[in-house]
Design a protein around this ligand. Structure first.
Ligand SMILES: Nc1ccn([C@H]2C[C@H](O)[C@@H](COP(=O)(O)OP(=O)(O)OP(=O)(O)O)O2)c(=O)n1
Length: 129
């Protein structure tokens, strides 16, 4: 794809690029925790609009046009970038926090837990599988 640099993408790389982006524009003053949270929620809204009124869609989005998938990627990215920036500005190491949370999740929901026990957690009204 034109203009896309294939590089390994880490949370730290994105964090550093967001920091550069804000510094270069003198936008650090706008990137307060509250502003970033509101921006994040706004982008979640834009992401939701993509799926709004479509009903359930199959995994992999096989019927979507390339432009629609690209748009989805843009909105997912906005959410990710604001989340990473918010974490950075709050002094939270998001990668480490997420690893810790995965560990806590695994303790809370052991692999051998009975499926009945998990029914409320994974209660879905419909599935496309
Ligand atoms: N003060 C700002 C404004 C923008 N961005 C960056 C982070 C997001 O990735 C993207 C958001 O840009 P827009 O607010 O222009 O939102 P969209 O790209 O979604 O455009 P639109 O809302 O017109 O669809 O730009 C930022 O870091 N800080």
């Amino acid at each position: 794809m034109e203009g896309v640099i294939k590089e390994s993408v880490s949370i730290d790389l994105l964090k550093s690029k967001m920091d550069d982006f804000a510094k270069e524009r003198d936008w650090e003053k706008f990137h307060s925790p509250r502003n970033l949270l509101l921006a994040l929620v706004g982008e979640v809204g834009e992401l939701s609009e993509i799926f709004q009124w479509k009903g359930e869609v199959p995994k992999g989005l096989p019927d979507w046009k390339e432009e629609e998938k690209q748009h989805l990627g843009e909105e997912l990215s906005d959410v990710l970038l604001y989340l990473i920036r918010l974490s950075d500005i709050c002094g939270v190491d998001l990668g480490q926090a997420a690893l810790r949370k995965l560990h806590l999740n695994a303790l809370k929901y052991p692999v051998n837990g009975s499926s009945n026990e998990y029914e409320n957690v994974n209660n879905t009204y419909s599935t496309t599988d």
